[in-house]
Design a protein around this ligand. Structure first.
Ligand code: SF4
Ligand code: SF4
Length: 312
């Protein structure tokens, strides 16, 4: 599952970078209109146009696309939660890379964690702590922040001008200011906030979580609590694997910001590989998801080992 996720995130990150140069999506402040799928996206009427033409143009070119995006996004969030965050978001991809580097550097995935995570985990992962990784972490944070600031600017000004000015060291004062300030703010965000921004600061993420919470049958990570005694020999590898720093063996309300990244399920699968053979965590939907929303009173049913981590 993590291989598919890596591919999806890589593809979306490339799209995030290439959308402006390919005119797939950007708002050009110099001409004051959108570019969409290679075409200028203008309203298509003039001062001489009739009012009916104006209204229909605004409807088809503004309200309908916004309505479609919100409907599709809302439906996905209702059924599957923050799938966009865990599988596509270019910010979350950076969050996971920097969390992993910080863990290598200090044993903690963020500066705010109290406890170091173990070097040897029950799921077989071996992550030795090495202070020299702070250097790598710092370089990656700066480079990614710079890249993000440049890419964001290309969503607002002609990408060809920005990249040419950058390569020939001839950025205008305002372009340099945007990139400089943007890089600085992103360095602060990527160093101090990261998944905390995803949890509490990102409007898109919080909106998906709120919609998801409204559907008690939506996809959620369920814990096979009747087999909970199997956790006794484990070091909570599922919790160590969570990029949002959640505790996956809990009720849905406490996993409000889960990104459906499947990392906890894969970690438990590894832990149980040589024990019961079946992960204690698995994606559940429908009635089983209702049990996760209600809490420990009605745990998800036991799984048949032949069904892998699919709900029985
Ligand atoms: S659910 Fe799996 S990974 Fe988590 S503590 Fe239990 S055995 Fe370990
Ligand atoms: S709880 Fe599991 S699926 Fe949700 S964000 Fe954490 S690791 Fe990913």
């Amino acid at each position: 599952m993590q291989h598919y996720r890596t591919l999806a995130r890589l593809a979306f990150f490339l799209l995030f970078m290439l959308a402006p140069p390919l005119d797939l999506f950007r708002f050009d402040l110099t001409v004051n209109h959108l570019f969409f799928l290679g075409e200028p996206w203008r309203l298509g009427f003039t001062a001489q146009s009739g009012s009916l033409e104006m209204v229909s143009s605004i409807f088809y070119r503004i309200f309908l696309p916004i309505f479609l995006v919100i409907s599709v996004g809302g439906w996905v969030a209702w059924k599957y939660g923050r799938l966009y965050c865990g599988w596509l978001c270019p910010h979350f991809a950076v969050v996971e890379i920097i969390n992993a580097l910080m863990r290598r550097s200090s044993g903690k995935p963020s500066l705010w964690e109290k406890q170091r995570l173990p070097e040897h985990q029950s799921d077989g992962r071996h992550i030795p702590h090495n202070r020299w990784y702070w250097l790598v972490t710092a370089v990656v944070v700066v480079m990614v922040s710079l890249l993000w600031a440049v890419v964001l600017l290309t969503y607002l000004l002609p990408p060809k001008d920005i990249y040419t000015n950058l390569l020939t060291f001839s950025l205008t004062r305002n372009q340099a200011l945007f990139i400089g300030v943007g890089t600085l703010l992103l360095i602060i965000e990527f160093t101090l906030a990261r998944h905390l921004f995803c949890r509490f600061g990102c409007a898109l993420g919080v909106m998906q979580s709120v919609i998801w919470m409204g559907n008690r049958e939506a996809l959620v990570v369920g814990f096979d609590s009747p087999r909970a005694k199997l956790c006794a020999d484990c070091d909570a590898s599922c919790e160590h694997a969570c990029p949002m720093r959640l505790k996956p063996r809990t009720i849905k309300r406490k996993m409000f910001t889960c990104t459906q990244c499947h990392s906890c399920i894969d970690a438990c699968g590894k832990v149980q590989e040589h024990a019961s053979g079946v992960s204690l965590l698995h994606w559940v939907q429908g009635e089983q998801a209702k049990a996760v929303a209600k809490g420990a009173g009605q745990p998800p049913r036991l799984l048949d080992s032949s069904q892998g981590d699919q709900p029985s």
